[in-house]
Design a protein around this ligand. Structure first.
Ligand SMILES: Nc1ncnc2c1ncn2[C@@H]1O[C@H](COP(=O)(O)OP(=O)(O)OP(=O)(O)O)[C@@H](O)[C@H]1O
Length: 220
């Protein structure tokens, strides 16, 4: 579905991605695994259109979207849940959901995350980290996404809550075999447990690609 070809991205004088090439196929979860600073966020932000690559190409279902504006990518179903939340903090939970849903039924969000129902009138800025992540993930439940990119889902969350959110992602991937979920993930155990395909980034370069069985979490 998605092809990233020799992608280079710079922040001023610093090049964060040094020519990364990888594919993301439909069905299941693909993980981009790497330590802090490896370039995971840079990669998903460039795919979503928040950063402009200095060279290389991004192909979405055969079309070159390297220079396409964010809005066009979003309309094509490319959706990023960024590591800093991706919710409108001054709006209430319900207002956030209504924006995500754009006229569609809010039911799927409340069914998947019943906690949000009791929080509907609370401003997102007052939510805990986990509640904010639930709200951010609701975007995918309410919108016709085709590629869902999630940057460090478990950032700052208690393990039990993180496990619950990862299970929601796995469920989304399993129920939509024609779509793709791309996870930017620092924890090898999570990536190997959840993903069908793993791309390992190291210092802005693709170090390895394979199925989870080809990797050993202890050596990653
Ligand atoms: N806004 C920025 N300005 C300058 N350099 C940046 C910026 N954002 C990231 N970098 C640098 O780019 C490199 C890749 O960072 P990136 O955030 O993509 O890594 P990451 O793998 O997502 O790590 P983390 O899990 O810590 O977010 C790092 O060297 C980082 O310091």
């Amino acid at each position: 579905m998605l092809t990233v070809d020799a992608l280079r991205v710079r922040y001023g004088p610093l090049e964060a991605l040094h020519g990364v090439s990888l594919d993301v196929g439909a069905g299941g979860v693909t993980a981009v695994l790497g330590r802090n600073g490896a370039g995971k966020s840079t990669l998903v932000r460039a795919i979503a259109g928040y950063l402009r690559p200095s060279s290389g190409r991004i192909l979405w279902q055969g079309s070159d979207i390297t220079r396409a504006p964010i809005g066009r990518r979003a309309a094509a179903g490319l959706m990023l849940v960024p590591d800093e939340g991706g919710v409108f903090r001054s709006l209430t939970v319900r207002e956030n959901l209504e924006l995500f849903a754009a006229g569609r039924d809010l039911g799927p969000a409340f069914e998947t995350f019943p906690d949000l129902d009791a929080l509907a009138r609370r401003r997102a800025v007052l939510l805990s980290g986990g509640e904010q992540q639930m709200l951010a993930l609701s975007r995918a439940l309410l919108a016709p996404w085709r590629l869902l990119m999630v940057d460090e889902l478990s950032h700052g969350l208690a393990p039990a809550l993180a496990a619950r959110l990862y299970a929601v992602l796995a469920g989304l991937a399993a129920t939509h075999p024609d779509r793709a979920v791309l996870l930017a993930e620092p924890d090898p155990r999570v990536a190997l447990a959840l993903a069908g395909r793993v791309h390992v980034l190291r210092r802005g370069e693709l170090a390895a690609t394979g199925s989870p069985a080809e990797f050993d979490a202890a050596t990653l």
